[in-house]
Design a protein around this ligand. Structure first.
Ligand SMILES: [Ca+2]
Ligand SMILES: [Ca+2]
Ligand SMILES: [Ca+2]
Length: 850
């Protein structure tokens, strides 16, 4: 931000830069240990294991020693690691102990590799204009790790693209694309990856790749040309080596590393790390608003996010942009102080009084936002990219074409083999001690290569998500009559064409596509599978056309690996069906199948009938299976009661048989008492179908529910649930807005439409960190970098909804737009997108009711 004032003329620019580098540099303040347990000076925060490796998907690049540099998290993963460029599934240390010593201004952590009985300790303390990091060993590096274990810092490549470095004074440049040297080593030298899996397809050659360093020396200065990114690292003992992890994995980072010496104990490594701090630096304010715009009658409040050292201005201004390009002031008003949330201070600018249709910008200080509309129809198109493009691209077992582009061929025609018992899969699927099917381990289960969607950025059939998608789509079909036709689907040729009407509503076609796979599971397996997924880790991280994740030929044990007879192959790459039976999943599938049977009636009567048959079969079997469960087993199965309730409700709506309504009421009432926020949406779904007694009971809850909604206004400036965890909270906000749509529909005097608009505004840009819409290609400015299956291209698939804001401990909200590979921030999922379709329908109906 500060540099901008030096940039009006090219000549001044050089002068100014020299001034800037020479005068601003020497005066940086020393880092201080703050109350939140990290080292801080304006522009530089050094975190030492404020965040830990949580182990769900191994290395999530949000742990260890980290740097937030002028508002951007540029370094993570500072820890003892066992590879030059560790991949996601390489071993990570566990944190044994973390001590924050506020007297001596030191953070001290002990980490452990249990597999190698290897402990190490680092201390970090401010020194000069940076920090000193010391590494201690009580016992020497274990023999197996000698020459392997080192201290690594990981640097996000996107922050150093088009920038340079000096190593011992010698110049170099950070590569935009990996093209460094690598060498092959025998597998015997490889440190095994997590649980014996391997990310590398060595084609049977028993070898692995090791990247060579880009540069080696004792002093590394990164980006000396950019004061906001300049970092100096000095090692006083071992060499510093700079690596590029992207040669092994597209989500790899730049790594700076020193090997730990063999045979030594005590202090074995000292680094001095000096991230430059631009004196007096303050993060530029972020003006947060809905990129989709606003209806004239709705409340319109921008949230302005300020650096905690920034002094708030008194006012903000709304300009209208006229047809001849003039900015005409329509409102200048005082901003209200909301207070602090995470690390920022927040102001609010209310421009609700402006109701005239037109294009507007918000100005605060010397900043103006991009233009956005106020108009009655702003929500009209918000669901179209998701239904027209995103869902077709996710369609499994089909070729998907869009104009001149083929998104993917028809994949996974070799589905699927029976997963063996007692198997833990790396995508969290699990097989118990029995298969619960008639098939032998690795025997082919027929009939599964039909329908379904790729789960998310990966390509598995995730059955619980499928059930949730089908339920959401039926809800959108029945409540919002979304009958748009922009997709062509042809099953005989397995061909999907985007932007090509075929006379059939796309929403029904998607319901059909999901139901085809669910019914195939129940018919061929006997019950729903937890999921259908590739068995090998070296397949799972697949990027590119899904048709190549397997060879698309059924496995034939009589052939050798990589050998084929044209019809089958000897490569064990077919997906596995994880079939251990789970009654909670059965109930969820029952609900989805019962709902689908209604929507498909009159469209695909055969599938509709099979769907209801499958639902009833599961319901009756589960009734008897449940008898064998003791209360402890029931309690362990935490989704059991909730899903049983969903199944009862959907069976009732479909069959009108009173026993299901009674069952539903019996289940929901105690849950409504215990988890009102979680269950309210189901309670409201049921509302129009239930008797007066039920409706009165729900009405009695609504004041309490409203009070719980109003709490959010006290928790954060957005007035919606902003949740912590390893996955951003867009889904919770969308669920909140949909719940409030129904609450507003049935109880308009208690829950006003603003409880829905707040959720819409948040998703479309009025959220922390940036003001981008979290739905790609929806709103004037939206996410252009997401974790879809095209993430290696740093692009998006239109209509994808990202999880959004990750709240990193202790106080840093983040959603990267120059780095797609944080799934917790950027991974688009079928369940999230289907829920968003319901919200898009609700937003449009909300307009009609008001
Ligand atoms: Ca998955
Ligand atoms: Ca269609
Ligand atoms: Ca195959």
């Amino acid at each position: 931000m500060q540099l901008k004032i030096y940039l009006p003329k090219p000549v001044m620019m050089v002068m100014a830069l020299i001034f800037c580098l020479s005068s601003l540099r020497g005066t940086a303040q020393k880092l201080k240990l703050n109350k939140l347990g990290y080292f801080e000076t304006p522009g530089v925060n050094v975190l030492v294991f404020s965040n830990q490796y949580n182990g769900i998907f191994q290395d999530e690049k949000t742990a260890g020693v980290e740097l937030i540099h002028h508002g951007v998290r540029t370094i993570t993963g500072g820890a003892v690691r066992l590879q030059n460029t560790p991949e996601q599934w390489d071993l990570v240390p566990t944190l044994v102990n973390r001590k924050v010593d506020s007297v001596n201004h030191q953070i001290d952590v002990t980490m452990r590799y249990a597999d190698y009985d290897f402990d190490s300790r680092i201390t970090v303390t401010p020194k000069g204009n940076g920090v000193e990091l010391n590494l201690y060993l009580d016992k020497p590096v274990p023999e197996k790790l000698a020459g392997r274990a080192g201290f690594n810092l990981e640097i996000i490549p996107s922050a150093y693209f088009e920038k340079t470095f000096l190593i011992d004074g010698k110049p170099g440049e950070f590569p935009l694309y990996p093209a460094g040297l690598t060498k092959m080593l025998p597998s015997s030298q490889k440190i095994p990856q997590f649980a014996g899996h391997s990310t590398f397809d060595d084609r049977g050659r028993n070898e692995f790749i090791e990247p060579a360093p880009l540069a080696t020396g004792k002093t590394l200065v990164m980006a000396p040309e950019d004061p906001e990114r300049t970092i100096k690292i000095q090692s006083f003992d071992a060499d510093l080596k700079l690596f590029d992890g992207r040669s092994l994995a597209q989500n790899g980072w730049f790594i700076v590393r020193s090997l730990l010496p063999a045979g030594k104990t005590g202090k074995v490594l000292t680094w001095y790390i000096e991230p430059n701090a631009v004196p007096g630096w303050k993060r530029a304010p972020v003006i947060e608003f809905s990129q989709v715009g606003y209806r004239p009658e709705q409340q319109k409040t921008a949230v302005i996010e300020l650096d905690k050292n920034d002094t708030p201005l008194q006012t903000a201004t709304l300009f209208e942009i006229t047809p001849d390009g003039k900015y005409v002031e329509r409102l200048k008003a005082a901003v209200q102080h909301w207070g602090q949330f995470t690390r920022y201070n927040y102001l609010k600018f209310d421009f609700s009084s402006v109701k005239k249709a037109g294009l507007y910008v918000i100005a605060y200080g010397d900043q103006k936002t991009n233009a956005f509309p106020i108009n009655a129809n702003v929500y009209e198109n918000i669901g179209h990219p998701t239904m027209d493009v995103w869902f077709p691209v996710q369609m499994d077992h089909m070729m998907v074409n869009e104009a001149y582009r083929v998104w993917h061929g028809a994949p996974f025609l070799d589905d699927a083999l029976q997963a063996p018992p007692n198997h833990q899969h790396f995508d969290t699927y699990q097989m118990g001690p029995t298969t619960d099917t008639k098939y032998k381990p690795l025997e082919r289960i027929p009939g599964l290569n039909v329908g379904g969607w790729f789960d998310a950025g990966d390509f598995d059939i995730e059955t619980p998500s499928h059930c949730s998608v089908v339920l959401n789509f039926v809800e959108a079909w029945e409540n919002f009559k979304i009958d748009r036709d922009e997709t062509y689907v042809d099953y005989p040729t397995r061909y999907v064409d985007i932007h090509r009407p075929d006379g059939k509503p796309d929403l029904l076609q998607q319901i059909e596509h999901g139901t085809l796979n669910l019914v195939a599971q129940v018919v061929n397996i006997g019950h729903p599978a937890r999921g259908i997924i590739v068995p090998n880790l070296h397949q799972y991280h697949h990027l590119g056309d899904a048709v190549n994740e397997t060879d698309n030929l059924p496995y034939n044990a009589s052939l050798k690996p990589y050998q084929t007879d044209g019809k089958s192959s000897g490569t064990m790459d077919d997906r596995w069906a994880f079939t251990t039976r789970n009654i909670a999943l059965d109930y969820q599938a029952t609900a989805a199948l019962a709902a689908a049977s209604r929507a498909l009636k009159g469209y695909n009567d055969t599938l509709s009938a099979k769907s209801l048959q499958s639902a009833l079969k599961l319901w009756h079997e589960d009734d008897s299976l449940k008898m064998h469960m003791d209360s402890a087993a029931r309690a362990r199965n935490r989704f059991l009661a909730g899903n049983e309730m969903l199944a009862a409700l959907q069976l009732y709506i479909t069959t009108k048989d009173q026993q299901y309504a009674d069952h539903f009421k019996k289940l929901i009432m105690p849950m409504l008492d215990r988890f009102p926020g979680f269950v309210m949406i189901s309670a409201l779904h049921a509302y129009p179908y239930m008797d007066k007694d039920y409706q009165d009971k729900i009405a009695a809850y609504m004041q309490k529910y409203k009070a719980s909604c109003d709490e959010y206004d006290k928790q954060n400036p957005y007035g919606v649930p902003v949740t912590p965890g390893g996955w951003g909270g867009s889904g919770q906000v969308i669920n909140y807005a949909i719940t409030n749509y129904y609450a507003n529909k049935y109880f308009p005097n208690i829950i006003g439409p603003e409880y829905v608009y707040k959720g819409l505004n948040y998703i479309f840009g009025c959220h922390p960190y940036s003001n981008l819409s979290f739905v790609s290609a929806v709103g004037v400015r939206s996410k252009k970098v997401t974790y879809g299956n095209n993430r290696a291209d740093f692009r998006f698939i239109a209509g994808g909804v990202v999880p959004g804001i990750l709240l990193l401990k202790p106080d840093f909200p983040e959603n990267k737009e120059d780095w797609p590979f944080f799934w917790g921030e950027n991974e688009v999922t079928i369940a999230g997108c289907a829920q968003y379709i319901v919200l898009s329908g609700a937003a449009n109906q909300l307009g009609q009711h008001n």
